[in-house]
Design a protein around this ligand. Structure first.
Ligand code: ATP
Length: 305
């Protein structure tokens, strides 16, 4: 009988692995719109993260051979630091995230996590170390419990119900789930219950908590949330980022003021770097973007009155 079940077990594992791969890809959909181009080098070791530092060393990269997007980018993120990446549209913010997740390899230069070149380690170990909270999450047509629990790397075995409940609680979506007639067994996705954008984002946060990665990439929503909802999500993200290294791609500056450091990208170059206060004092690109956004906010407030 075991002879019969072993292949079935294997099939189950393969299925789970493929399924997980697919949703990771789907989650990154906004960050990537082309085929994956990288492969593990034969015999590549697993990434070992003791101190989750991130470093870009003179990274040059473009999507097309005749157009350079990042022109020798260097920066370091200490373990546990929260770094925000800001800059005008097309400056290269999402490209940084795509390179860190190794959807592409740099043309030259290196991307390092805890001192290890990410192109020299297995992709599986790299992706297990990084959690992504995208602005638009994709859900499986499955139960809400499955959607939260699947995030655990398969090498660690299936997520326990307790982990799923804890993830949901910390992502502040537990009361919502418990109020559903079928609770965690509620089917969601296309054929099931439709969740709002904020609920989906909270599911993505809960999933990330179950995955428990040392490094986070937060792709901040561009869509206008009302300020109370936005503050609620930000508070949750702050809690989730505690004790982890995080890189947030920020489209609005109002949310980055308390980052440990802000990278200001402009045309694929690091134009400025510093804290919110230091960058305001500097009176450069960041200060200019800040006063423009403040003026816009004031106009919107006036219009609403
Ligand atoms: P936004 O704030 O609008 O999201 P961004 O700062 O994140 O912008 P990126 O998405 O990193 O900018 O894009 C940087 C540049 O690379 C842009 O000029 C963009 O057109 C180009 N680009 C992005 N993805 C691709 C791709 N898959 N193929 C070719 N060019 C691309």
């Amino acid at each position: 009988l075991t002879q019969l079940f072993r292949p079935l077990d294997m099939l189950g594992m393969v299925y789970r692995t493929i399924r997980q791969g697919l949703i990771d890809m789907a989650a990154m959909f906004r960050l990537i719109d082309t085929e994956v181009e990288v492969a593990d080098t034969p015999g590549a070791p697993a990434l070992v993260v003791r101190r989750p530092t991130v470093a870009f060393e003179d990274v040059v990269f473009g999507y097309d051979p005749d157009r350079t997007i990042l022109h020798g980018l260097s920066f370091e993120v200490p373990a546990g630091a929260h770094v925000a990446i800001v800059g005008p549209s097309g400056a290269g913010k999402s490209t940084i995230a795509r390179l860190l997740f190794r959807f592409y390899d740099p043309w030259s230069g290196r991307v390092l996590i805890d001192g290890q070149d990410i192109s020299a380690v297995t992709q599986e170990s790299l992706r297990a170390a990084i959690g992504i909270v995208p602005q638009d999450s994709v859900l499986f047509n499955d139960t809400i419990g499955y959607n939260i629990g699947y995030g655990r790397p398969h090498s660690q075995g299936p997520a326990l119900h307790d982990d799923i409940v804890r993830g949901a609680r910390d992502a502040a979506i537990l009361p919502f789930i418990e109020a559903l007639p079928h609770g965690f067994d509620t089917e969601v996705g296309e054929r099931g219950l439709k969740l709002s954008g904020v609920e989906k984002q909270r599911v993505a946060i809960a999933r990330t908590l179950v995955k428990d990665p040392p490094i986070l990439i937060l792709d901040e929503a561009t869509s206008a949330l009302d300020s109370r909802t936005e503050q609620g999500i930000l508070d949750t993200l702050h809690r989730v980022s505690k004790d982890r290294t995080s890189l947030s791609i920020a489209h609005r500056l109002s949310t980055v003021a308390d980052a440990d450091s802000i990278l200001v990208m402009d045309h694929g170059r690091l134009a400025e770097q510093g804290t919110h206060q230091a960058l305001l004092r500097r009176g450069g690109l960041y200060a200019e973007m800040w006063s423009r956004q403040q003026a816009e906010r004031d106009r919107n407030l006036e219009a609403a009155e």
